[in-house]
Design a protein around this ligand. Structure first.
Ligand SMILES: NC(=O)c1ccc[n+]([C@@H]2O[C@H](COP(=O)([O-])OP(=O)(O)OC[C@H]3O[C@@H](n4cnc5c(N)ncnc54)[C@H](O)[C@@H]3O)[C@@H](O)[C@H]2O)c1
Length: 250
């Protein structure tokens, strides 16, 4: 039975990933900074193969304690925990900008480097980190978020280059417009929902399960030669900037 750790796994996309992995027969540990969500997650997953842990990934000592508590090194680690703080760049307090960097970038580094130290003696393991289509382009009022997601993408490539020879793989997934998780308030507005859905070549918003499916594929035997790759899961929206712009043909 493969063993997976999902950070930020008690809610949103992370919970969908954890549930998909449970469905594929994994044993799953979720780690989340939201104590109440951690408390609620185990019973809601209704599986004897899940444990839930309270951990803030930006706290290096807490991350080490988490891995100690897990015992065995996970076969798969999903760096899903992430936050966003919106506002015009010139108005964002340094403390708010720093917090996004601490969780989205430093947290991924803390978890991944700890995972690598535990996986190396076994000579196998896989880390998948959640980036965003904001790794490729800025978003309205998105503050530090796009910069952290670009950095995570590059960090995974760096890990992939350094530790591939020892049997470890590192990839990332860039979700597009996802109807769930931190974007739930955005899509509660029917007008925003309609405009954004129309901008996606596949004609719909993505679901947390679309991201979970991508995690399962990357970690499958069929995905086993993929390393240092950022898999964009966005219905085609990232490269469809011209979709709704007028053009005269001829
Ligand atoms: N929802 C989207 O539209 C979308 C799009 C692109 C990328 N993403 C990325 O997907 C990932 C999951 O996002 P989501 O939409 O499910 O968000 P969410 O806010 O619904 O869930 C994030 C989870 O991470 C936890 N978390 C936050 N800070 C933490 C910390 N310091 N340590 C441990 N856990 C922490 C939260 O408690 C929460 O359970 C994030 O990395 C996000 O950037 C989301």
């Amino acid at each position: 039975m493969k063993f997976a750790l999902v950070t930020g796994g008690a809610a949103g996309i992370g919970a969908a990933i954890a549930n998909a992995l449970l469905g594929k027969g994994y044993r799953v540990a979720v780690a989340d900074a939201n104590a109440q969500a951690v408390h609620d997650f185990g019973p809601s997953a209704a599986s004897q193969h899940v444990t839930a842990h309270h951990c803030d990934v930006s706290d290096g000592d807490a991350v080490t304690s988490l891995f100690d508590a897990l015992g065995a090194a996970p076969d798969l680690v999903v760096n899903n925990a992430g936050i966003v703080r919106f506002g015009p760049l010139a108005d964002i307090a340094i403390a708010d900008f720093r917090r996004v960097v601490e969780v989205n970038l430093m947290g991924v580094f803390a978890v991944t480097s700890e995972a690598v130290r535990r996986m190396l003696p076994r000579g196998s393991g896989h880390v998948v980190s959640l980036t965003s289509i904001n790794a490729y382009g800025p978003g309205p009022g998105s503050g530090a978020y796009p910069a952290t997601k670009s950095a995570v993408l590059q960090l995974m490539r760096q890990f992939a280059m350094e530790y591939g020879p020892q049997g470890l793989r590192f990839n990332s997934i860039a979700p597009g417009f996802i109807d769930g998780g931190m974007s739930t308030p955005i899509y509660a507005d029917p007008a925003v929902r309609a405009v954004r859905s129309a901008g996606v070549p596949l004609g719909r918003l993505g679901l947390p399960e679309d991201i979970a499916n991508a995690v399962c594929f990357l970690d499958s035997a069929e995905g086993g030669y993929i390393n240092g790759h950022d898999l964009v899961v966005d219905g085609g929206v990232t490269h469809a900037v011209l979709k709704n712009l007028p053009r005269t043909n001829g």
